[in-house]
Design a protein around this ligand. Structure first.
Ligand SMILES: O=P(O)(O)OP(=O)(O)OP(=O)(O)OC[C@H]1O[C@@H](n2cnc3c(O)ncnc32)[C@H](O)[C@@H]1O
Ligand SMILES: [Mg+2]
Length: 196
């Protein structure tokens, strides 16, 4: 494989994915290189369906192998919500800030021992011929009562990682990549690419 387009509009994800793929021998493009591509509607009910939908649409439209990431936060005390709806948790026009505020509000009064959660990530790699492969990763942690740290993106300031004794937003990018849901899924993909 000589070319690859990373099909995400999320700058935080793009930064993390770009760093992990640094050693991979192919030319990496992003959606910024193809400004006229349409928005792909994420109407799947699983991370896998959405990741495949995004990657296959972009592979078809550009004629390049495409990689897409669908991810989200699964909160135990909320029966797995926001899950695949993590980006739109606080409704139309949701931002990281409004999503985080809604999460804190919904978990108000929930004691620390019942604030367990996990990030899930599915990476889909699709070729222009329509064939796709997926890779998954998960990271368990718990939801803080107050945001901590200014790094990362999305729910990172509220996601506490026991082994690190800090939130994901307090970790340097390389460290987050080493343990994150996204990092784990992409390491599996890299293993496959190196054998291809
Ligand atoms: O679909 P693309 O264009 O890739 O970008 P997106 O931000 O819409 O991405 P998703 O549809 O996969 O939604 C993922 C949601 O979960 C959040 N999320 C995913 N991975 C995260 C991480 O590593 N740290 C914090 N929040 C994360 C993210 O902020 C979104 O709200
Ligand atoms: Mg999305």
């Amino acid at each position: 494989m000589t070319d690859l387009i990373v099909a995400t509009r999320n700058k935080g994800k793009l930064l993390e994915i770009g760093k992990i793929l640094e050693g991979v021998h192919c030319r990496i493009y992003s959606l910024a290189d193809f400004p006229d591509l349409p928005e792909i509607e994420e109407d799947g009910v699983t991370f896998e369906q959405n990741a495949i939908k995004k990657a296959s649409a972009i592979a078809q439209l550009t004629g390049l192998p495409a990689l897409a990431d669908d991810s989200g936060l699964v909160v135990d005390a909320l029966g797995g919500r926001p899950g695949v709806f993590s980006a739109r948790y606080a409704g139309t026009g949701a931002t990281d800030e409004t999503n985080n505020a809604k999460l804190l509000e919904e978990l108000r009064g929930t004691p620390p021992e019942r604030r367990g959660a996990a990030f899930h990530c599915v990476i889909a790699l699709c070729l222009p011929d329509g064939s796709c492969t997926t890779f998954s990763g998960e990271l368990r942690g718990s939801i803080l009562e107050v945001p901590q740290g200014g790094g990362g993106f999305g729910y990172d300031p509220l996601f506490f990682v026991e082994e690190e004794g800090s939130s994901l937003a307090e970790l340097p990018l390389e460290r987050k990549n080493r343990l994150s849901h996204r990092g784990k899924a992409l390491e599996l993909l890299k293993g496959k690419l190196s054998k291809a």
